[in-house]
Design a protein around this ligand. Structure first.
Ligand code: 6CS
Length: 327
């Protein structure tokens, strides 16, 4: 653990905060802003070092790093913890959250199913999610076929994150999903190892996936949810005042990150549309077209209840009630 007294014995501390994204992208900018706020609030007594994705291994290596106390804090996508925290795969379910990203964020802020029940499941593995936040609605990009109907996914080679339920969600459309790290994705799309992928628009644009993809389908089939996490043992060992400092900053950051993802997603949609060197065919699905996908996606909730959940789908059922109440 990097915290402790410095050479001057004045109790200065350094915490390491790893993210799955790089400078300019939402997760990294979140960690940098978080670091600034903590430094300011403590008059420089606590320094947070934000880490870009890449230097500390793959996304799953980073999960282990947090668990082992190699870093104190991490922004983590549940899509990389699904082999371990089964319940966390809830975010893989398409068309579960409302179409409005703002309403989705309100649910993420207030949900007891997530902030209490799901948090407890993560804490069994030494990970405390202090907040859940959206990085925006997810969209599809593709080569060879424009993704407009479930039939377009027949045999389609889709890249996903590693959670089994994400793969299952694409098998429901008869696609052929392959899990891989995003660091390999540009090349895999370019050389045809996979034909498409899903992500929020800012990430598609910043990682330049649109340069090696013909189509962008505005499907809004899911929200990209990230978690601000801390090593449970480290956090629980902090004094109450420091815990409050972290909690209060995490809470303030919810509005900040909502605005940040919104701005980036809006800006990158224009950048992609305006790129004449690498033109992208942008398709907006109609409600009728989205419904055809939803009809196939809803039964996957039963798969979650029966095959994935260790508590008989209780968290999902509670979350569905909360979503219905919010709409
Ligand atoms: O697709 C991915 O794997 C990456 N997407 C985002 C929005 N953040 C990090 C993640 O690893």
């Amino acid at each position: 653990m990097a915290c402790g007294e410095d050479e001057t014995g004045e109790g200065n501390e350094t915490w390491r905060f790893v993210t799955e994204e790089v400078t300019g992208q939402v997760q990294y900018e979140y960690a940098a802003e978080f670091a600034d706020r903590i430094s300011e609030k403590t008059d420089g007594r606590i320094t947070i070092e934000p880490y870009e994705y890449g230097g500390l291994g793959s996304e799953t290596d980073q999960v282990e790093l947090l668990q082992d106390g190699g870093v104190e804090m991490a922004v983590m996508s549940p899509g990389f913890t699904g082999g371990m925290v089964k319940e966390g795969q809830i975010f893989a379910l398409h068309f579960l959250f409302p179409d409005s990203v703002a309403t989705t964020q309100e649910i993420l802020n207030s949900s007891e199913a997530l902030n209490t029940d799901l948090r407890a499941r993560y804490e069994e593995f030494g990970i405390s999610p202090l907040a859940f936040w959206t990085e925006g609605a997810m969209q599809w990009t593709s080569n060879d076929v424009a993704l407009e109907t479930p039939e377009d996914f027949d045999g389609f080679m889709m890249r996903t994150q590693s959670s089994p339920l994400i793969l299952e969600s694409y098998r429901a459309y008869d696609a052929e999903p392959t899990a891989m790290s995003w660091s390999e994705l540009y090349t895999a799309l370019d050389n045809g190892t996979v034909q498409g992928q899903e992500n929020p628009i800012f990430f598609i644009g910043d990682a330049s996936f649109h340069e090696v993809q013909e189509n962008l389908t505005l499907s809004n089939h899911n929200n990209y949810v990230a978690m601000t996490t801390v090593n449970t043992e480290w956090y629980e060992g902090l004094d109450e005042e420091t815990q409050q400092l972290i909690d209060e900053t995490v809470e303030e950051m919810q509005d900040w990150v909502f605005e940040e993802q919104k701005r980036q997603n809006e800006e990158y949609l224009e950048i992609i549309k305006d790129n004449t060197d690498n033109p992208t065919n942008v398709i907006e699905l109609t409600e009728e077209q989205r419904q055809a996908f939803k009809d196939l996606a809803v039964p996957v909730r039963d798969f979650y209840r029966e095959e994935v959940s260790t508590v008989d789908g209780e968290i999902l059922d509670k979350l569905i009630e909360e979503i219905e109440a919010a709409q």
